[in-house]
Design a protein around this ligand. Structure first.
Ligand code: COA
Length: 189
């Protein structure tokens, strides 16, 4: 089985500017403050409650705890070096043989456009390919979500399909990308 489960505990990953550490209960206040902004959520999946309830972060935390206990997903808090505060999140999970979607992310709008998510995505990809030895990642975003698509482009992912998906903004075309381990490793040298 290529995508072995249960997954190991979420590791700490370090990049030039960031520490990605396991998402923790102490992050909930930051999530409740940063996440419920339309520019953050509009292209996320329609299952997210909106308007975001006061206990939205806590409810999601309970789901994360359950999925972690089963070893189904990794959840990282994105933090800037020297400051432990959560600024965003990046999640990763194995291919289930069906749904071509293996990663999710969002970032505090105050940090958008500085390459932060590409840096986080590269660290998580490195972990998936070098440590877990997954052969590929399927990634997805609403076609209209250019910033998210651009992160995939910058990582060298190839667009492979377009599928109708339900977003908080409503039904829209979703782009599906594939990033292959061999191609990514060759690019990284
Ligand atoms: C998607 C998201 C995580 C990107 O984070 P980020 O740290 O700003 O991403 P990066 O800076 O690494 O890269 C973004 C790229 O998109 C580009 N971009 C941003 N808005 C764009 C737009 N409207 N049209 C075209 N390109 C755009 C940026 O210029 C940058 O590309 P560049 O480095 O070539 O200039 C952030 O926008 C976000 O949190 N969005 C809301 C949540 C979300 O949509 N998550 C993804 C769901 S699939």
């Amino acid at each position: 089985m290529i995508f072995r489960k249960p997954l190991p505990p979420t590791p700490v990953l370090e990049t030039a500017r960031l520490i990605l550490r396991p998402y923790a209960e102490r992050d909930l206040d930051a999530v409740q403050r940063i996440f419920p902004q339309w520019e953050v959520v509009r292209w996320l999946h329609a299952g997210i409650p909106w308007p975001y309830p006061d206990d939205g972060a806590a409810t999601n935390w309970a789901q994360c705890v359950e999925q972690r206990a089963k070893g189904e997903k990794f959840f990282w808090a994105i933090t800037l070096k020297g400051d432990d505060a959560l600024r965003g999140r990046i999640d990763l999970w194995p291919f289930d043989g069906e749904k071509r979607d293996m990663r999710g992310f969002w970032l505090d709008p105050a940090l958008h456009g500085q390459g932060v998510m590409t840096e986080a995505a590269e660290a998580v990809t490195e972990y998936a390919f070098r440590v877990l030895e997954w052969p590929f990642l399927y990634l997805t975003n609403a076609l209209a979500n250019r910033a998210s698509g651009r992160v995939k482009e910058k990582q060298g992912a190839i667009p492979v399909d377009v599928e109708r998906r339900d977003y908080l903004s409503g039904p829209a075309d979703g782009q599906i990308w594939r990033l292959d381990r061999d191609a990514w490793l060759a690019r990284r040298g």
